[in-house]
Design a protein around this ligand. Structure first.
Ligand SMILES: *Cc1c(COP(=O)(O)O)cnc(C)c1O
Length: 348
């Protein structure tokens, strides 16, 4: 048995592979801030092409993509319609309020997906008492929803609703390519209705850093100004952009393996005492499961698994496991054995 822990904490835990590092080492570079880094420029062209948008800009993180897009779309006092579990609402340090003065109207809905009816009902009528509804934002895939895929028809219907009401439409596409692979739907089709969207390079695609924000040329010019203003403009960033180019060429189709591994994990967990999991709900690389039946807290469970070389994240009695390119089918089987041993001991 290997000594290396099986790290299912997140798909952010990937290490850049040797060929990715090689591509980084050999990247032609220049001054990114002046638009002179050939590798960054190439990554942006590839992403704009992939998403069917006019232009794209390389950013240090997905959070920065979200916050800059929100800042362009919204003014202070405006309201954003999003799912209540959204990253922009829960995991960005209150950035939407702090930087843009906008508030988020969090909607309910299964698996991180809200209905068109609920979105429509959340659009405020125009009167002096109401905040101005300005933006609808969705996550593809829905992270806290368990990596669920927004169906293309729902994406389009929500886009039509936004257009009818003159609202901007933004996709947090941290894991858009997982949705693309899982649903065999082109990225362009998902991207078409959006005024802005981005993909993360540092999640399942396996890069050490970076995200790319795409949209119309004037939107990207404004995003560049904000990137500059907030200190996100870089210099020889081609070193990291090269990892993104490598990932788009080599690490997209293989996301299917992560999805199969997540499914295997969920199906294995289904049979364990004290564990509740909706294995059929697993569409991509994220598995949520509940351990209330074991009598343990997530914290205690994770600590004991950690000692046995399996790393998970969780809160309350809800745990999250995420598969990625450093997790093999064998790792999943070993993780299942370890979890089985633990829950069997606890039950005895
Ligand atoms: C990880 C993540 C982000 C933030 O991306 P970073 O690159 O970590 O800043 C935003 N939205 C979702 C859904 C995410 O999973």
């Amino acid at each position: 048995m290997s000594e290396t822990p099986i790290n299912l904490y997140s798909d952010t835990q990937t290490q850049p592979s040797p060929p990715m590092r090689q591509a980084m080492a050999e990247a032609p570079v220049g001054d990114e801030q002046r638009g002179e880094d050939p590798s960054v420029n190439r990554l942006c062209e590839m992403t704009a092409e992939l998403l069917g948008k006019e232009a794209a800009v390389f950013m240090p993180s997905g959070t920065m993509c979200n916050q800059i897009a929100i800042h362009i779309h919204c003014r202070p006092g405006d309201e954003i319609i999003a799912h209540k579990s959204a990253h922009i609402l829960n995991f960005e340090g209150g950035g939407t309020a702090a930087f843009s003065g906008a508030q988020i109207h969090g909607l309910a809905g299964d698996k991180g997906i809200f209905s068109i009816e609920d979105a429509q009902a959340a659009i405020r009528s125009k009167d002096r008492y109401n905040p101005v509804t300005r933006l609808i934002a969705i996550e593809q895939t829905a992270n806290q929803g368990g990596g669920s895929v927004w169906p293309l028809e729902a994406v389009q219907a929500l886009g039509a609703l936004a257009a009818r009401h003159g609202l901007a439409y933004h996709m947090d596409g941290a894991r858009l390519l997982n949705a693309v692979v899982a649903s065999a739907t082109p990225a362009k089709a998902y991207a078409a209705p959006f005024d802005s969207l981005w993909v993360d390079l540092s999640k399942g695609l396996g890069c050490p850093v970076g995200a790319v924000l795409a949209g119309p040329t004037d939107f990207i010019e404004e995003a560049w100004r904000l990137k500059q203003r907030t200190g996100g403009a870089m210099r020889q960033a081609g070193i990291i952009a090269a990892a993104g180019i490598y990932a788009l060429q080599h690490n997209v189709e293989r996301l299917a393996e992560d999805h199969a591994n997540a499914r295997l994990l969920a199906e294995g967990l289904r049979n364990l005492p004290g564990i509740t999991v909706d294995a059929d709900a697993v569409e991509t690389n994220i598995v949520f499961f509940d351990i209330a039946g074991t009598g343990m807290t997530a914290e205690a469970f994770c600590e004991r698994l950690d000692q046995r070389g399996v790393i998970l994240g969780g809160a309350g009695t809800r745990l999250r496991a995420v598969t990625h390119l450093d997790i093999t089918r064998n790792d999943v089987e070993r993780a299942l054995d370890t979890i089985r041993d633990l829950v069997t001991e606890v039950a005895a």
